[in-house]
Design a protein around this ligand. Structure first.
Ligand code: HSE
Length: 297
């Protein structure tokens, strides 16, 4: 049996729209066992227990690329920790699991860089799949038919509070509210901040994290899709976090602090006000997706 453990990911990180992402210490586990015939998918809603399943589709893509006949598989998905359509990379986790699981089943023929390009093509952008594969903070972009990526570690002093609403925001809807063009001043605003933020997160510069995690490319247009955005922002300010941002395309909002007590009190307050929400204090994952091979199954 092949087991792939994939971290949740928080894309954009404020100014790094479609380029930056951080792997988080929240995990989904995806198991692949070769069976006699057909396909069994378990552990996910019934409507996805078939060939349309994203883990299966991503797995099959690798078999097809390598021109290896698809194996009959049982795919078991234990990924409730990464909720669907909440901005924590649930689809990226499925894609990375499928591609890395298939790579293991096919004898590890693909490099991580090759898997990144395949995963990014399947996802449509690289900012979730890159940290899901490599861990830490990644800065990635498309270059011709390849995805190039710079990995950075996040200084351990920074911790995160993922505030996950009990309602989804679909990425498609969140992309449809973005304008087709922007003033160059907004581009300049984001370029300086995203470069500074990446360096500040990796070097442990709290003050710069607080200043640089601000965005004019997507959050101003998307905040209306998250009805509690303003209230959560007020709570983040009251508790004194360094900064907060919309994780991916939402609905999760992510606070960053270098003080565990600040995040614990924010968590308590958010849980009290929004009893249906999930709120997790987490760290950046350093390792990215891990493949474990066992002999049974
Ligand atoms: N960068 C993407 C977006 C992440 O914000 O639309 C969501 O998958």
């Amino acid at each position: 049996m092949i087991e792939v453990k994939v971290p949740a990911t928080s894309a954009n990180v404020g100014p790094g729209f479609d380029c930056m992402g951080i792997a988080m210490s929240i995990y989904g586990v995806y198991r692949f066992s070769v069976i006699d015939e057909g396909l069994i998918v378990s552990g996910c809603p019934k409507e996805w227990q078939n060939e349309q399943n994203l883990v299966y589709q991503s797995c099959k893509r690798v078999f097809d690329d390598l021109q290896i006949p698809m194996l009959p598989l049982h795919i078991d998905i234990q990924a409730d920790a990464i909720p669907f359509a909440r901005g924590l990379g649930s689809s990226a986790a499925c894609i990375v699991a499928g591609v890395m699981g298939a790579n293991a089943l096919c004898g590890y023929r693909l490099s991580k860089a090759e898997m990144l390009t395949i995963c990014s093509e399947l996802e449509g952008h690289p900012d979730n799949v890159a940290p899901a594969i490599y861990g830490g903070l990644t800065i990635s972009f498309q270059e011709g038919n390849k995805v190039l990526m710079t990995p950075c570690q996040v200084d351990k002093k920074f911790k995160f509070c993922a505030m996950i609403p009990d309602y989804p925001v679909l990425t498609e809807a969140a992309r449809s509210v973005l304008p087709d063009s922007l003033p160059i001043s907004d581009a300049v605003y984001n370029i300086g901040r995203s470069a500074s933020l990446a360096l500040a997160l990796s070097s442990g510069n709290s003050e710069m994290v607080a200043h640089a995690c601000s965005d004019r490319l997507h959050q101003p247009y998307r905040k209306k899709l998250i009805v509690d955005y303003e209230m959560v922002g007020e709570l983040c300010k009251q508790h004194g976090v360094l900064t907060w941002y919309i994780s991916g395309s939402g609905s999760t909002m992510m606070a960053i602090s270098d003080n565990d007590n600040v995040l614990a009190s924010l968590k308590q307050d958010v849980c009290d006000r929004f009893p249906g929400w999930q709120v997790h204090c987490v760290a950046a994952d350093e390792n990215g997706a891990q493949v474990l091979e066992t002999c049974h199954g």
